[in-house]
Design a protein around this ligand. Structure first.
Ligand SMILES: Nc1nc2c(c(=O)[nH]1)N[C@@H](CN(C=O)c1ccc(C(=O)N[C@@H](CCC(=O)O)C(=O)O)cc1)CN2
Length: 300
């Protein structure tokens, strides 16, 4: 069997086009322009690239982008003061603090300082609780992107066995909640799971979010299953030259794609959907703030 490749790059372009269309209509019909504030503390090279892309894509969709770049030594109190200011700013509908933060800053404290309605990352404890109880919330971008691709591929997810490998607060747990909400039978597996391969082989939908390069191999995949690879791991690639690296997921693509029915690649799978869903969440936050209908097909 050769798996269908789920093209996250193309899917993300389609999401951005739909966001752009809705943003134009918001402006035309209501004189509203959604605004996204992104806060970066420090100079982590990967974070700088992600923040630059977020700003660029926000503007391309017709929304306002507000970038705040802070020195790596910024005291926690200064960051909290900036968040207070953004919470009160009427032009800002979404606030995102790029992670990871420097060690001296308490991540949870910062995330929970964001007004829940502006928490377009869906990481605030209120949004976590709302999602866990099946209520309307802001939904974390990466799991939302996975859900959109799964719904598109399968139509209904009802009754399917889903295994999520990984229990992080930003991917594994919210992913499991979203699949449960769509009536999957959900198992969360992790590093201590007994006979992980056997558990994975029971999955119609297998989501790999462990952060270990190429850990999920073809023998762990049920024939015909849909495999969603959330991993982004940079590993040495001496074949490309000394000191060179390449990007791989948590799934061994070669062996898994020979067994799966459908699979997301890395790069070009889940990654691009993360930023597309951030734009969708910013639009949703703006619509909710103004009591307007939510953009169809762009929320959970
Ligand atoms: N506040 C947040 N911080 C972080 C999040 C997040 O959702 N909110 N997620 C990640 C980083 N991230 C967005 O911030 C992100 C990661 C990867 C991609 C992406 O498009 N990846 C490409 C490959 C890129 C490359 O070549 O390195 C792909 O998979 O095709 C987008 C966004 C951590 N921090």
């Amino acid at each position: 069997m050769t798996a269908t490749i789920i093209d996250g790059k193309a899917f993300a372009a389609d999401v951005r086009a739909r966001v752009t269309q809705k943003v134009a209509a918001l402006k035309e019909d209501h004189g509203l322009v959604p605004g996204l504030a992104v806060v970066l503390v420090g100079e982590d090279p990967a974070s700088q690239v992600y923040v630059r892309n977020k700003g660029k894509q926000t503007v391309e969709c017709g929304m306002n982008s507000f970038e705040h770049k802070l020195d790596v030594e910024t005291p926690e109190a200064d960051l909290l003061a900036l968040i207070d200011k953004l919470n009160a700013d009427e032009a800002v509908h979404g606030i995102l603090v790029q992670l990871p933060l420097p060690k001296h800053i308490d991540e949870a404290k910062v995330i929970n300082a964001i007004t829940p309605a502006k928490d377009v990352d869906g990481f605030h404890i209120s949004n976590v609780g709302l999602l866990a109880t099946g209520q309307k919330s802001m939904v974390p971008c990466t799991p939302l992107g996975c859900l959109m691709m799964l719904r598109d591929h399968h139509g209904s997810l009802s009754g399917l066995n889903a295994v999520v490998v990984g229990r992080s607060n930003i991917v594994g747990k919210p992913m499991a909640q979203l699949l449960l909400k769509d009536s999957c039978t959900v198992t969360i597996a992790h590093s201590r799971t007994k006979d992980l391969a056997e558990v994975c082989r029971g999955a119609d939908i297998l989501v790999a979010a462990v952060g270990r390069p190429e850990m999920i191999t073809g023998d762990m995949v049920k024939p015909g299953a849909t495999v969603i690879d959330v991993g982004i791991n940079r590993i040495p690639a001496p074949e490309k030259g000394e000191g060179k690296s390449r990007l791989v997921g948590d799934v061994d693509f070669a062996s898994a794609s020979a067994v799966a029915g459908a699979i997301t690649p890395v790069p070009g799978g889940v990654g691009p959907m993360t930023i597309a869903c951030l734009l969708a969440n910013t639009l949703t936050a703006c619509c909710r703030k103004h009591g307007l209908p939510e953009p169809e097909g762009l929320t959970a």
